[in-house]
Ligand binder design. Structure first.
Ligand code: FES
Length: 119
């Protein structure tokens, strides 16, 4: 049975060949955002699958939906089928990413103020 690992959650699950990454994530208890229920229409289930992983090449439907994104190893979890061991990286939650970016901006502004004070 292929093993599918999910990062950054660091969870691994055994699945049957042919299982989608979305199904594997559910089995592993890893949340992947979805609105369409796996019909390749919402594009919310994008994940990063690096080269050499045990997944099938993108189908015509997935390639059509994703365009050039598949060249950057971005895949739709609902359309990507497992054929061997694979490691999948989930994107950062958009809200967490926004909060992290704001905190970095505030930290940078504070450092610039501190530097101005000493000049
Ligand atoms: S779940 Fe909507 S595109 Fe994959």
């Amino acid at each position: 049975m292929p093993k599918v690992g999910f990062l950054p959650n660091e969870r691994t699950v055994d699945v049957k060949a042919g299982t989608t990454l979305l199904e594997a994530s559910r089995k592993a208890g890893v949340a992947i955002r979805t609105r369409c229920g796996g019909n390749a229409s919402c594009l919310m289930c994008k994940v990063h699958v690096g080269p050499g992983q045990g997944v099938l090449e993108p189908s015509a439907k997935e390639s059509y939906k994703m365009g050039d994104w598949t060249k950057h190893h971005q895949r739709l979890a609902c359309q990507t089928r497992v054929i061997g061991d694979a490691v999948v990286t989930l994107p950062e939650d958009p809200l967490k990413a926004a909060v992290r970016a704001k905190l970095e901006q505030l930290k940078k502004e504070k450092q610039e103020k501190d530097n101005d004070r000493w000049e």
